[in-house]
Write a protein that binds this ligand. Structure first.
Ligand code: RAT
Ligand code: ZN
Length: 415
């Protein structure tokens, strides 16, 4: 393979970053077989909870009045206040325009009705194909919650495998709301007392195994508050020690910990009402030490935790940092965090996930991240070239593939 010259470097790296397919390890998307659970189209894009939070800062509408509107009316309201009365510069607002442009929709008239009409030409199936092709995605990992009755019904009736969507078993109530988890488990035929005695732990393990067999998840996942600690004297420790981690080890699936979310800081905002808090990495360090054979995928929500997470990952090979999550998924912070990770961990981390809730968001979240990642790689390869180190198309292709796909698959024992 010929060595890339300094003058060609930017073009070659940008092209390789664009052409490498993505395995998106955390989304809230669903395969079309899940029916209405798969959200797509301009009204869903505009009513994304990130934009709901933003419109509430600009328009005088009351919370109740806003929530009483239909999706279409909410979209009209957001369009009026965030697009017509102001320039849509925030990451979430700009993202809608990137997504529309990617599927060939002309936004120059700024006319929402006209944009809506342009969606009439697609069926959901056609649109999924188009989005996956344009975003250059290999597959998206869903967030699959066996405690959600709508979703559970789909799994129980059986769905055809769809290679574009893979499962992740989401288990938040087991760790964040044990009394509720126990009552839901009892309704599902697993009698579990909140004391988590040996019988109860066996039932939780059985529940997890049943759902792992049903979903074939790439990992189990939980999102946790900044106050998460391990070990503790409460049943959370037993849930991890005696239920979740033994099953994860036995089935060779990682546990993803998403740490730092303060749920419902403003409940009036509903899904948009969650906030962030600093957590520190002591609990992760303790888990990685106590369970060296378990694999932990970790993302943290606060900017202040990012450096410590990198240092902790240097100490534990069973820890894989992933993604610039939620409020961190803005170009300035993706740049800072990805640079920090490259400098402290080399190429062994997972730089990004989309967290897309609406199919079309794959288009902007990945286009924006790809741009930042390509720029950073150009800077780093330029520094290497200056030492005389040879950079070839083959080495760049391998490195980008590691970042976008193989680091995850290797860590999840799927490669
Ligand atoms: O990013 C989001 O959309 C959040 O609302 C959450 O879903 C978060 O990513 C989570 O998975 O808990
Ligand atoms: Zn999420």
């Amino acid at each position: 393979m010929p060595i890339i010259s300094p003058t060609q470097l930017r073009a070659v790296v940008t092209e390789i970053v664009a052409r490498t397919p993505i395995v998106d390890i955390h989304t809230h998307l669903y395969a079309p077989a899940f029916g209405d659970l798969l959200l797509w189209g301009v009204d869903e894009l505009l009513t994304y909870h990130y934009l709901v939070a933003e419109v509430m800062r600009r328009s005088p509408i009351g919370y109740d009045e806003f929530w009483a509107l239909s999706t279409r009316e909410k979209a009209n309201h957001i369009w009026e206040h965030l697009y017509r009365q102001s320039s849509p510069i925030s990451e979430a607002a700009r993202g809608v325009l990137t997504a529309l442009q990617a599927v060939g929709i002309d936004v120059s008239s700024a006319d929402l009705e006209e944009i809506r009409q342009q969606f009439n030409r697609w069926t959901v199936e056609k649109y999924v194909d188009l989005v996956f092709r344009k975003a250059n995605m290999e597959y998206a990992v869903m967030t699959n919650d066996p405690f959600d009755p709508r979703e559970r019904a789909v799994w129980e009736q059986g769905i055809p495998a769809d290679p574009r969507f893979r499962a992740a078993l989401r288990i938040d109530p087991l760790l964040t709301d044990l009394p509720r988890a126990c009552s839901m488990l009892s309704e599902l035929g697993y009698s579990v007392s909140p004391r988590l005695d040996d019988v109860a732990c066996a039932q939780v393990r059985r529940f997890l195994r049943v759902w792992i067999d049903r979903m074939d998840p790439l990992y189990m996942a939980v999102s946790l508050p900044p106050t998460f600690r391990f070990p503790t004297d409460d049943p959370v420790r037993r849930m991890l020690d005696s239920c979740i981690l033994p099953v994860a080890l036995d089935r060779e699936i990682p546990l993803a910990l998403m740490i730092g979310v303060k749920r419902q800081a403003n409940p009036h905002l509903q899904l948009a009402g969650d906030s962030v808090g600093k957590a520190g990495t002591q609990a992760i360090e303790n888990l990685c030490t106590a369970y060296p054979d378990n694999h932990f995928l970790v993302t943290m929500l606060s900017r202040e935790d990012q450096h410590q997470l990198c240092v902790t990952a240097r100490k534990f090979r069973n820890l894989m940092p992933f993604g610039c999550w939620w409020f961190l998924n803005v170009p300035s912070l993706v740049r800072e965090i990805t640079m920090e990770r490259l400098e402290l961990l080399g190429l062994r981390f997972i730089p990004q996930h989309s967290d897309a809730r609406i199919l079309d968001q794959l288009l902007y979240k990945w286009a924006h991240s790809r741009k930042v990642i390509a720029e950073i790689l150009v800077e780093k390869y330029t520094d290497l070239q200056r030492t005389g180190w040879p950079i070839t198309e083959e080495t760049v292709t391998r490195d980008v593939r590691d970042l976008f796909r193989d680091n995850f698959l290797r860590f999840a024992a799927r490669l």
